[in-house]
Design a protein around this ligand. Sequence first.
Ligand SMILES: [Zn+2]
Length: 321
Amino acid sequence: MTPNDYRLSKTGVTSVSGSLHLWNTSVLRTLLDNPAYIGNLAQLRTTTVSYKNHKWQRRPKEDWIVIENAHEPILSKELWNKVKEVEASVSNGKPTKRGFTHPLSGLLYCADCGAKMRLGWNMPKDIPYFNFNCGTRSRCGSSACFSHFITVPALERIVLNDVRDKAQKIVADERKFRRKYMEHTAKLADKKQTDVKRELKRAERRAAELDKLISAAFEEKVAGKLPENVCLQLIDKYTAEQTELKERISALTQGLEEKQRATADVDEFIRRIKKHINAPELTRELCLELFEKIVIGGKETVTGKPQEVHIYYKIDIGSIL
Ligand SMILES: [Zn+2]
C-alpha cells in the first residue's frame, strides 16, 4: 500500500489531490533516508524558517540528533548500507530507448578524457551487437577524443574473467588475503591518521581560544573599555574564523571515521566476491557490488599498443593480488 492509501485505510483521511494508488520516487527517497528503518531515532530532522515564518524546512543531516538502536530495526544494517552505497555510486545506469540497462552502464570511463563511455550498437550482417565508445567522441566527434571502441562481448569476457580470477585467488587463501589487505590499509591509514589527528587537535584548541576571545571582547565592551564598532568588528572576525574551523573539524573527524570503516570493508568484499566466483554472466547486482569503476584505454589501431582495461574494485586489491 502507498502511504496515502495506508492512511486512508487507517484514518479515513485522504489527500487533497486524491490518490492514484501508485508509489512515486520522492516517497521512496524519503523512506530510504529515514533511519527509523534501521532502529535509529533521528530527531530535529526538520525546522521552520523562523519563529514568525512557519514554512517547513529540512535540516542538514549533520544537525540531526540520532539515537542509535532506539528500537527494533525493520531493515538489516547490511541492506541499508547497500542502498546507501548504490546511491553514492557513480552509476545510476542509463537505459537505452528500449529500456535496456547494460550491467556495466555508468561504471565505464574513457582513459583519456575521463568521460563516461556510451553504449552504441552496430549491425554489420543484420546481427546487431552492442559496443561502448568514449562519450565525448560520440557526442562531439573525432576531434574531441579518439576511439576507445570496445565490443560488449569482448568487454564482458575480460571483466568476468577478472572477477573469477580474483575470486579464485582470494578463496585459495582467504586468510592471507585478509591479512595482506589489513596491512596495506593500515599502512596507508596510519600515515594519514597521524597527520589528521595532529591537525584536528590544533583546530580544536584554536576553536576553544576563539570562544574565550569572543566573550572577552564582549566583556570589554560592556565594561566600556572598547568602542562598540571595534567590538563588533572583532566579534565578526572571530566568528568567521570559528565557522571555518568548525567545518574543518567536522571534515577531519569524518576522515578518521572513514579510515576505521575501511578496515572492516574487506570481509564484506570477500563475502561478495565469493558469491560471484562462478558467475555465468555479468549482472547489474554483481557490477554494483564489486566495481568502483572501469577505465577503458584507447583502441589499438589508434594508440599502436594493446587496448587496456583497468578494473577498479570497491576495495583496492590491485596492490595485493
Ligand atoms: Zn575520451
